[in-house]
Design a protein around this ligand. Structure first.
Ligand code: PEP
Ligand code: MG
Length: 958
């Protein structure tokens, strides 16, 4: 950072003419090697272009763009003129700072200067300066300043929903956020915590020379300290009262009895509203603009911005989202400069008043127009920017959702937030309304059929048929007709019935059924669009990330995957039909994100990570660049892997493993060979059952399995018998509600209650197989008796059908089976380890619980031990072991699974070439060493660190 010393300041300069002062400053800068000859002309040229008088007797001449080449090194020289010199518009300058800035280094000094200028009565202090030290003091001394002394919270000093089990742990994290040195951190931790009310605590130490602050809210609601709850903590290392304003703001919330509410806010709400400027009034408007000036918002563009704000009556404020994140007046040049805005920084404007909207338009336009300078990088295209106001969501923040389809996607968002349909509530002529309704339903049905005809995907076709049936639903129609007879218009009657039906559906206890609410609204909107003569919102023509409240399956049917980069929904679940389709289409997706994302402007750049379930809104350019570079590398790698997909999966030291594909639908069996897979390693048959309105009978199943065998051309098909229950209920199999469905009647346990269902499935499989390689396995086996029961059913049917190439196995998903694997290995032909469930049952962590997602890791040493036990038991009896859970697709798990002796990995179709390529990168000998070490690790992160280190070993590991 550029610093000013006494040698850079001259006081008592007797000049009385602006041009003379400027020339003297230029000479001085030249003399000290900052600029070449001629810079004085540049300083004067700038004066002709724009005002450089800041206010309170201070001016900052600073050269033009054209004179920048004369600058050798950045520097500032300051002159104090005791009698003042007439500067701009009759103002007199007493303190003149001559700036030669080659880069942005001077911005911090300007920022400090701007803060200094906010002080009351400053002009008198400026006039009274006699010594250079007084100038330095003026810039550095915070006493008496109402702005500079205020501690401001920034994103770095904030931890929302921090993972901590005690107040002490929160304070420990606070010390890290505050970057305290060890002695300060200890002093903070040893200071007495003060309960300031409603679970808010103040922990304060006066040790730090530099004022520091951190604010943390706790994720857990169960923390107690000295018999008081702990919701949040304000940690301070500060002398004096720099924290007064911040503390007052917290006190305001507490006084209003809103302490718990404050603790529940997200970081954006805390930073931009609650603790910086109070709750946003309803008539406040906001607009975002990105600064593209090469040197940010220095004096000249800053002045242009202020000029642009002046004609409006509205109170306009601006905040640098990439800076301190505090609001300043857009009419004050010194405060605007004080924001320290650099190229690429995002300004958030807000305005209140009669002409707020036009004011914001003018300012956004001025910024995107370059504020009188040439732009250094292009602005986003006009058609990608809209004007909605982001409410409670900050930019450059990550929003956590639930991962629903893997992959990373980057691009502008399209916020699919349709304006509400406009229609009259009442209508006079019920007959005419009824006709309108029937016509609209007919037209919507015709449109649906047209889409159905163009659709190939079987699942999608089933869903569209289901939508067709919803359209023809008699009870729905009766309800609507009844409302029309009561005097409602066709649109009002239709929407109120749809809304009620969707609400009833969403309230279902059964997750799968609740997700059908999206289908109801989807079909409801189609008819509303016809009734209200409206087109449903049309997405942009360029590639985009699609954000919507809910995305109905019918909207995904004919999705243009070259344009839709990713999907984000506020509602829905990861197992909704839409998300099943997203995975099948290979589109990254998230569900259950904060509703506030719907207020973001379309066109905002975002990064969706379908693996960790996050949406990064308007990430910084550097983050995006890195992510893009990574994406590019991944794409190149994927292309290479695809080229080599038919090469065998053999380690460098010659060990071969089979890499097979996981399917949820026999229709995709035709893609298996082309993906380079050794066969199907898991066919989840329950998806075929779930996509239908009733269980497929023998004939239908026979056709489906034959389809798979035909497509596989001799490659093995491993079929898992029906695995419903738990999170996968079948709508047509009513099951009693269970308190713990994952520990209830699911998988083989359910089939034992419905033997005919299993028998039909086994018969269809064996008949379809004939002499083709068929492997059958039973899900969720926990007890020996379950295996015996299932095997007996199989034996009876096989005795009749006599398929010639069949193996029979079980899934290892319950720790009991892994622990008892030696017993099962006597009888089964193979084991397939379902690591998704094995992890959930071993760690006692619900696999669908987002709050546990971080801890619920299949690389936990305890899960690895169970895998090892299974493999050892199987190999001792000459049986083989596959892994068909998600762990098989994890590149960090791969060397360990190989090292533990797993014979087959079954992964999603899209992952097959990648996993095969990964196998070819490792040596089995190294994998075995790693596996041994991993078994001794204390936890999953420890295992991951181990593998990560091995992945970095050039030539040894890989
Ligand atoms: C598993 O549990 O790992 C598995 C493959 O089965 P599912 O994910 O279908 O429960
Ligand atoms: Mg399972």
């Amino acid at each position: 950072m550029l610093s000013l010393t006494a040698q850079d300041v001259k006081t008592g300069v007797p000049l009385a003419d602006k041009a003379a002062v400027i020339q003297a400053l230029a000479d001085w800068l030249q003399q000290d090697g900052h600029v070449a000859a001629g810079y004085g002309a540049g300083l004067l040229a700038r004066e002709a272009q724009a005002a450089t008088y800041l206010g309170q007797g201070i001016a900052i001449p600073h050269g033009t763009q054209e004179s920048r080449h004369l600058i050798e090194k950045t520097g500032i020289k300051v002159m104090h003129l005791p009698d003042g010199v007439p500067w701009d518009d009759g103002e007199k300058a007493y303190l003149v700072l001559g700036i030669a800035a080659r880069s942005d280094e001077h911005l911090d000094l300007l920022k400090q200067l701007a803060r200094t200028l906010s002080r009351d009565g400053l002009l008198e202090r400026v006039k009274a300066i006699r010594e250079p030290q007084q100038v330095l003091q003026l810039l550095q001394d915070d006493s008496g300043s109402s702005v500079a002394t205020e501690l401001m919270l920034s994103v770095e000093q904030l931890a929302v929903k921090a993972d901590a089990g005690s107040l002490e742990q929160l304070v420990e994290q606070a010390a890290t956020l505050m970057s305290l040195i060890p002695s300060e951190a200890t002093a903070l931790q040893q200071s007495d915590a003060m309960h300031i009310g409603q679970g808010w605590w103040l922990q304060q130490t006066p040790t730090s020379e530099q004022p520091r602050v951190a604010l943390l809210t706790a994720a857990s609601t169960d923390i107690v300290h000295r018999q008081q709850p702990v919701n949040g903590v304000l940690a301070l290392a500060v002398k004096g009262m720099a924290h007064k304003t911040l503390l007052n703001k917290i006190a305001d919330w507490l006084a209003a009895g809103r302490g718990a509410e404050l603790a529940g806010l997200n970081s954006a709400e805390l930073l931009l509203n609650a603790l910086q400027c109070g709750p946003a009034p309803a008539n406040r408007h906001q607009r975002l603009a990105v600064v593209r000036n090469s040197h940010g918002l220095h004096a000249r563009p800053g002045a242009m911005l202020v000029q642009a704000a002046k004609p409006f009556e509205a109170d306009i404020q601006v905040c640098n989202l990439d800076g301190d994140q505090h609001w300043v007046s857009a009419r004050s040049l010194m405060q605007v400069i004080g924001l320290g805005v650099k190229n690429g920084h995002r300004l958030l404007f807000r305005a209140e008043g009669p002409d707020a909207e036009p004011a914001l338009n003018a300012l956004a336009e001025a910024v995107s127009g370059g504020l009188g300078e040439e732009l250094v990088s292009p602005e986003p295209k006009a058609d990608t920017v809209d004007t909605r106001e982001p409410q409670g969501i900050a930019l450059n923040t990550r929003v956590q959702g639930v991962a629903a389809s893997p992959g990373v996607a980057i691009g502008p968002i399209f916020v699919d937030a349709p304006a509400p349909f406009d229609y009259p509530q009442q209508a006079g002529d019920a007959e005419a309304e009824q006709q309108k309704l029937e016509g609209a339903i007919k037209q919507a049905g015709a449109e649906l059929n047209a889409t159905l005809r163009q659709t190939r995907d079987t699942q999608a076709r089933d869903m569209m048929r289901m939508h067709g049936e919803l359209l023809a639903d008699v009870s729905l129609m009766q309800g609507v007709t009844g409302r029309i007879r009561q005097g409602l218009s066709a649109a009002a009657a239709w929407w109120s019935e749809i809304d009620a039906a969707a609400a009833r559906q969403a309230a279902s206890d059964d997750a799968l059924l609740a997700e059908r609410a999206a289908d109801i609204r989807d079909i409801g909107r189609r008819v509303m669009a016809v009734l209200c003569h409206r087109r449903l919102p049309s997405p942009p023509t360029h590639p985009y990330l699609w954000l919507a409240q809910d995305i109905g399956p019918s909207q995904l049917v004919n999705l243009d995957t070259s344009r839709v980069l990713g999907l984000v929904t506020v509602g829905g679940g990861a197992s909704s039909h839409s998300m099943i389709l997203a995975r099948a289409l290979g589109i990254p997706a998230l569900v259950a994100v904060d509703e506030a994302v719907m207020t973001l402007p379309s066109g905002t750049e975002a990064m969706l990570n379908g693996d960790d379930g996050t949406l990064w809104i308007a990430p910084e350019a550097a983050v995006l660049e890195q992510a893009r570079a990574r994406q590019q590398e991944e794409q190149e790698r994927a292309e290479q892997d695809w080229t080599h997909r038919h090469d065998a999966a053999i380690t460098r030291d010659g060990h071969r493993v089979a890499v097979a594909a996981n399917l949820g639908d026999t229709a995709r069996a035709k893609e298996v060979a082309d993906a380079g897979a050794a066969g199907v390693g898991l066919l989840r048959t329950e998806f075929m059952f779930m996509a239908r309105r009733s269980a497929p009978d023998l004939t239908e199943q026979l056709a489906l399995y034959r389809q798979a065998f035909d497509a596989l051309e001799g490659k093995p098909l491993l079929v898992r018998t029906l695995d419903v229950g738990g999170d996968k209920p079948l709508p047509y199999w009513p099951m009693p509600k269970e308190d713990n469905p994952f520990l209830g009647v699911r998988g083989i346990r359910l089939c034992m209650q419905k033997p005919d269902v299993l028998e039909t499935q086994l018969r269809a499989l064996l008949m379809a197989a004939g002499d083709k390689p068929l492997r059958i396995m039973f899900p969720m086996v926990a007890d020996w008796s379950e295996w015996c029961w299932a095997k007996a059913r199989f034996d009876i049917i096989q005795a009749e059908v006599q398929a010639t190439n069949v193996q029979l196995g079980i899934m290892v998903e319950v720790p009991a089976v892994a622990l008892n694997a030696a017993v099962f290995a006597e009888e089964v032909d193979f084991f397939s380890i379902g690591t998704n469930d094995l992890t959930q049952y071993t760690l006692a962590m619900d696999r669908g619980n987002g709050g546990l997602a971080r801890l619920s890791d299949g690389l936990h040493p305890s899960v690895l031990r169970l895998i090892k036990m299974t493999v050892n038991a199987a190999h001792a009896k000459g049986k083989w072991v596959g892994v068909c859970g998600e762990l098989g697709s994890d590149p960090q798990a791969l060397p360990l699974l190989l090292g533990l002796g797993v014979d087959e990995l079954s992964v999603s179709l899209k992952r097959v070439p990648f996993i095969k390529a990964q196998v070819r990168d490792w040596r089995l000998s190294r994998c075995r060493q790693l596996a041994e070490q991993a078994l001794r690790a204390v936890d999953a992160p420890g295992v991951r660190r181990l593998v990560a280190a091995a992945q970095r070993e050039p030539g040894t590991a890989q």
